[in-house]
Design a binder for this molecule. Structure first.
Ligand code: 6PG
Length: 235
């Protein structure tokens, strides 16, 4: 059973997630994959408020678990949100930032990102920490229910063709696959909000293997959840 830590609010949850980055960075050079969506924004703001000296940023190289197929300055860009709330405020060195080129052909962007990841971290690429979010349908990164990415066992990065109300219909997203996520030393899901409560209860307490977030099989998985998302958990 993975470890589940509950926090009263998104703010206290985000502070704990920020502390995870600080703890890993304090150990030395590390490669951290950030999640997308809106949940990480508060964590980024907290890290920026704490200032550059509060964390060994010179030890950190940043990657992403997934990216939307949009330019980096598009409001939907995961990199764009990170740049606005974390990278620019802290003045992080561009050489340590490995973004997925959402503006390019998705298959080419996925292939290049995989090459970059393998060149830096080997085969399989071993990230020190992968932060993951979870959607109300139980998806994580851009591994959505019924999408081809769920059965990818060789590639570390793919352009996943998804069709979900959460992507406003058919869309392509570049995403880490389970082989890449599962190779990580530590995976931390950061999940907040009442809209996640049903999916979280199914993922943590429901029948195995039905939802994408349940298929993550890294050796060290932790769930950081707020009380609203944990509302339907029996335990
Ligand atoms: C993305 C993601 C996705 C996200 C979840 C939760 O690009 O959207 O990486 O997996 O983490 O959908 O999104 P919210 O944090 O916005 O609820």
């Amino acid at each position: 059973m993975p470890s589940v830590k509950r926090f009263a609010t998104l703010d206290t949850l985000s502070r704990a997630a920020a502390d995870q980055l600080a703890m890993i960075a304090s150990r030395g050079p590390c490669h951290i994959a950030l999640s997308g969506g809106s949940t990480p924004k508060r964590m980024f703001q907290i890290l920026a408020e704490r200032g550059r000296k509060a964390l060994a940023w010179d030890n950190v190289e940043l990657w992403w678990g997934d990216e939307r197929c949009v330019p980096p300055d598009h409001p939907d860009s995961n990199y764009g949100m990170t740049k606005q709330f974390l990278i620019d405020p802290l003045g992080l060195d561009a050489a340590t930032i490995h973004r997925i080129a959402g503006e390019r052909d998705p298959d080419a962007a996925a292939a290049d990102y995989e090459r970059e990841l393998v060149a830096a971290l080997g085969t399989p690429p071993v990230l020190d920490l992968v932060l993951l979010g979870m959607g109300p349908d139980g998806h994580t990164a851009s591994l959505f229910p019924n999408s081809p990415g769920l059965t990818e066992t060789k590639r570390f990065v793919i352009a996943n063709r998804v069709d979900s109300p959460l992507t406003k219909g058919p869309a392509t997203r570049v995403t880490l696959t389970y082989p890449a996520i599962d190779a990580a030393k530590r995976v931390v899901f950061v999940v907040a909000g009442a809209d996640k409560a049903d999916a979280l209860a199914k993922v943590l307490e429901g029948p195995r293997g039905a939802l994408p977030s349940q298929l993550v099989a890294a050796t060290d998985i932790a769930w950081f959840v707020d009380d609203a998302a944990a509302a339907r958990l029996a335990r």
